[in-house]
Design a binder for this molecule. Structure first.
Ligand code: ADP
Ligand code: MG
Length: 309
């Protein structure tokens, strides 16, 4: 097995290949850079930012892959009661969590952002393959799903190259191709608000993706309150519920990434009820009262390491 590292998309990226192959590793990192150039909103020259800059002015033609991804994100945003909102950009930028904002923004700024985040104000035209944001100042933000999408691309690429087994870790967003010599991959689940090295559980998986949405990676404290980076389109504030993190185990990392955010929004009870009807998705949740709750374990095994979360 050979391991390669890079820093991309503001995160440390780890790639494990079945054997030493620096050329293949370079190609994987190039693929990630190409995809990031389409999807990021942290660089003014990305294709997505071109769509955002044309808000209120004109539709922009985009490549089929980006059109499909935005269509999926749009559909998920319009699901009844969905917390996921691809139009959340102006609110994310108002809060700037993880960048410079260390106190909640004034309420008039939040109100201003709330007027610009309705997913119904995004027009998708499949015939001309154009995206149009109706109001000036609107912004699509794919931050909640870009890593999952890219992790799938990396695994598809490695599969096409007939790599026997591999693992890609895009800053906590993990996807695996098969398993090394009949041993499953072992994935550590970090203890929320614990040290980098402290684990709550270890997951054994093979050929599946492991994606976590949690409130303990990017947040700030202000007057004893924790303000994290998953925002509620209804209130304009970080979502307040009983969950600290949701880890989704799935075949597709994009689907895992979408559902880690959606399930986070549903809370524990509703998530478990939903998962019971969707056996293709499985999840591990850590609650505010420090319980670790697993849905089913058909496609992975969860070994709890720290019972006292
Ligand atoms: P990370 O892997 O960085 O923890 P997540 O997958 O948990 O990311 O998604 C969080 C990111 O998604 C935020 O940084 C922001 O860009 C975006 N976001 C925040 N709130 C929402 C929301 N309600 N719907 C969709 N995207 C969101
Ligand atoms: Mg996500």
């Amino acid at each position: 097995m050979a391991d390669y590292q890079a820093v991309m998309m503001g995160s440390p990226i780890n790639l494990s290949l079945s054997q030493d192959n620096p050329q293949r590793a370079r190609e994987v990192f190039q693929l990630i850079a190409q995809q990031e150039a389409l999807l990021t909103v942290n660089r003014p020259d990305s294709l997505l930012m071109k769509v955002n800059r044309a808000a209120g002015q004109h539709p922009v033609v985009v490549p089929n892959a980006l059109f499909q991804l935005v269509s999926l994100a749009h559909d998920v945003s319009l699901l009844p009661g969905s917390l996921f909102n691809l139009a959340i950009g102006p609110l994310v930028k108002t809060w700037r969590i993880g960048f410079s904002g260390q106190r909640p923004p004034p309420s008039d700024q939040i109100d201003k952002a709330l007027a610009l985040i309705d997913p119904q104000d995004i027009e998708l035209d499949p015939d001309s393959r154009t995206l149009f944001l109706r109001k000036p100042g609107m912004e699509i933000d794919l931050g909640a799903i870009a890593k999952g999408y890219i992790a799938d691309k990396v695994c598809q690429y490695l599969q096409a190259q007939q790599e026997p087994y591999a693992l890609i870790n895009l800053g906590g967003n993990i996807h695996t191709l098969s398993r090394p010599e009949e041993h499953p991959w072992q994935i550590g689940l970090r203890k929320p608000f614990g040290g980098r090295q402290t684990l709550s559980a270890r997951l054994a998986i093979s050929g599946r993706s492991v994606v976590t949405s949690g409130i303990y990676e990017r947040y700030f404290l202000y007057q004893q309150r924790c303000y994290h980076h998953i925002l509620d389109s209804r209130t304009g504030y970080p979502l307040d519920n009983d969950i600290i993190s949701v880890t989704v185990i799935s075949e597709s990392s994009l689907i895992g990434d979408i559902y880690s955010t959606l399930l986070y929004g549903m809370g524990v009870e509703q998530s478990l009820a939903w998962l019971a009807h969707h056996p293709e998705l499985e999840a591990v949740m850590i609650t505010r009262d420090n319980q670790l709750i697993c849905s089913s374990q058909h496609h992975f095994q969860c070994h709890v390491l720290d019972s006292n979360q």
